[in-house]
Design a protein around this ligand. Structure first.
Ligand code: OSB
Ligand code: MG
Length: 332
């Protein structure tokens, strides 16, 4: 195993979270390669749990799994109905779809058409959940949910309809679609506020933003609500950590949001974690191998003709150093 960090970078097949590319670092360790890929708009303190998660994977590995395959949802970005239909049809057998709604600059009609297309592709037995990424106020959420629940032929749940915990609680009481909390957990000072306010039926947990598999297991135990493990739009290395969490949870009643590697044009691993029969396999921390292209072989002139822009590679190594320095302070 190489002993220096590797940087990956890939175009996305569809715009996602306003992004058209995704990149990150793989950190080597005795247990395997850990992914560190905080979004570029996150500062060093916000990126600290992401580093803890990467170091857990690289140095310690993961707790013992209780299951060996994890049911996953196909993730449908805020695309047009034809593309949405195609994504679901080519999902690798997923019977649950998670559809992005409340996209800035789009109308409710566009979300409605997307949901109709997804229902058509899934058939009547499929499950459909939506993610509004906190894009609605309370009034908009209630109006949109009535329309979208009908367009989807029934919703499994709505993820983060509104920004505030108080509004999540209100949405939950005012209509029948169950509510899942995402940003209210991973971006909150106090992730247990959701539980105290009875603001959600389900919590979405993400390994990197929440500081690792073990930190998420602790949180799941405290919050006492069903968990859906989801991706932070990571390469297969980050996804494998999510699968390890899903595999270690005492109960897993819902499909997880870990089938996002299809959104990458190039994964960072030699064997991408794409679903078959609607599930992904649970791996060990050392089971994935970085693709050759990431290393960027050094030619005799000292140039790096690898696929990753040298300036991007330097930017990641600088960022890694910054967050590592912060982690060191915390310990001292
Ligand atoms: O849950 C999924 O199916 C995919 C993951 C996903 O939607 C996501 C990916 C990156 C950043 C935020 C989110 C989100 O759930 O809001
Ligand atoms: Mg979400």
């Amino acid at each position: 195993m190489s002993d220096s960090p590797l940087v990956y970078s890939t175009p996305l097949r569809s715009r996602f979270r306003g992004l058209t590319t995704r990149d990150g670092v793989l950190l080597p360790g005795v247990a395997g390669w850990g992914e560190f890929s905080p979004f570029w708009d996150y500062d060093a303190p916000t990126s600290l749990p992401w580093l803890r998660a990467a170091l857990e994977t690289a140095e310690r590995g993961w707790p013992r799994p209780l299951r060996d395959r994890i049911p996953v949802n196909v993730t449908v970005p805020a695309v047009g109905p034809e593309r949405a239909h195609e994504i679901v049809t080519r999902s690798g057998g997923c019977t649950t779809a998670k559809v992005k709604v409340a996209e800035r600059g789009q109308s409710l009609r566009e979300a409605q058409a997307r949901l109709e297309a997804v229902r058509d592709a899934l058939g009547p037995a499929g499950r459909i959940r939506i993610d509004a990424n906190a894009g609605w106020d309370l009034e908009e959420a209630l109006a949109a949910l009535a329309v979208l629940d009908r367009a989807a032929g029934g919703l499994e749940y709505v993820e983060q309809p509104c920004p505030s915990v108080a509004d999540l609680a209100h949405v939950r009481r005012a209509q029948h679609v169950p509510v899942a909390a995402d940003e209210s957990i991973r971006r909150a000072e106090d992730p247990l506020a959701v539980k105290r306010a009875e603001a959600a039926d389900i919590v979405v947990l993400k390994v990197q933003p929440l500081g690792g598999v073990r930190a998420c297991l602790d949180l799941a135990e405290q919050v006492e609500l069903p968990v859906v493990v989801s991706s932070a739009l990571e390469s297969s290395f980050g996804i494998a950590a999510g699968l390890a969490l899903a595999a270690a949870l005492p109960e897993l009643p819902h499909a997880c949001g870990l089938a996002t590697v299809h959104l990458f044009e190039r994964d960072a691993a030699t064997t991408p974690l794409l679903p078959t029969d609607g599930t992904l396999p649970v791996l060990g921390a050392g089971d994935l191998t970085p693709r050759e292209g990431l290393a960027g072989s050094v030619d005799p002139d000292g140039h790096h003709p690898g696929e990753v822009d040298p300036a991007l590679r330097r930017a990641w190594l600088t960022r890694l150093q910054e967050v590592r320095a912060l982690a060191g302070e915390g310990r001292g």
